[in-house]
Ligand binder design. Structure first.
Ligand SMILES: CC(C)(COP(=O)(O)OP(=O)(O)OC[C@H]1O[C@@H](n2cnc3c(N)ncnc32)[C@H](O)[C@@H]1OP(=O)(O)O)[C@@H](O)C(=O)NCCC(=O)NCCS
Length: 198
């Protein structure tokens, strides 16, 4: 019987992976995500803050070349704190990116205001969150592998729940999450909050 060898494998990210991670983010994320309007150097710093802040970044690579990164996922505790720290450090870059993309920024601002007025605005997420997930080779099973790693790591760390936010128009990601066992908890204007029990 022929044994089919897997094409991709997972490992923890290291500093030298940050450039590839930023590149994949810029390829995969739609421009409706504010982070994909940031220059690559700022995104490298963004993911560096999570890597150094104790949040896990898992990368998917080709089995034939562990430096050929084809996807990544960022998850753990302290995510809101680290986002706040990124915003403090890169205030000027954020303003510059907003001015360079006025329409997206206005939309983002309107969405933020609408979120504050949403009936679920005060809903608190669980402590263990998926911040980002992306694959440069769509529908090759890489997102599913990364979601499996997320659940495995959460249960190793005795986390009983994993949460995430997804834009309501991101049908591909939503399908991937539902297929992986995530369930809708609430809608906060244009974002769903989903959870999965590990
Ligand atoms: C979300 C994402 C990581 C999924 O990665 P992926 O490698 O394509 O995922 P998989 O190949 O493991 O697919 C898992 C399932 O997701 C669903 N799915 C993925 N992309 C889809 C799409 N474009 N349309 C519909 N369903 C899709 C399917 O149910 C798929 O299973 P199937 O191929 O057996 O039907 C990828 O679409 C991505 O990088 N998106 C851009 C970044 C992003 O928006 N991240 C999420 C932010 S919240």
């Amino acid at each position: 019987m022929e044994v089919i060898q897997p094409e991709y494998c997972l490992r923890s990210a290291v500093e030298s992976d940050l450039e590839s991670i930023a590149k994949i983010h810029l390829i995969a994320y739609s421009k409706s995500h504010f982070t994909s309007l940031l220059p690559a150097a700022v995104l490298i710093s963004y993911y560096g803050i999570f890597l150094r802040g104790g949040v896990e970044i898992v990368v998917a690579t080709k089995v034939s070349n562990p430096n050929d990164i084809v996807g990544f996922a960022v998850f753990g505790r302290q995510i809101p704190l680290l986002i706040a720290s990124f915003k403090r450090l890169h205030r000027r870059d954020i303003v510059r990116a907003s001015l360079a993309h006025p329409l997206t920024s206005i939309l983002k601002l309107l969405n933020l205001l609408a979120k504050r007025r949403s009936p679920n605005a005060d809903h608190l997420p669980c402590g263990f969150l998926l911040l980002s997930i992306a694959s440069s080779l769509p529908r090759a099973g890489i997102g599913g592998m990364l979601l499996d790693a997320l659940s495995a790591r959460a249960s190793e760390q005795h986390e009983d729940t994993v949460g995430l936010y997804v834009n309501s128009d991101n049908i591909g990601a939503m399908n991937a999450y539902i297929k992986d066992g995530f369930r809708f908890v609430c809608l906060i204007h244009n974002q769903y909050y989903l959870e999965k029990l590990t």
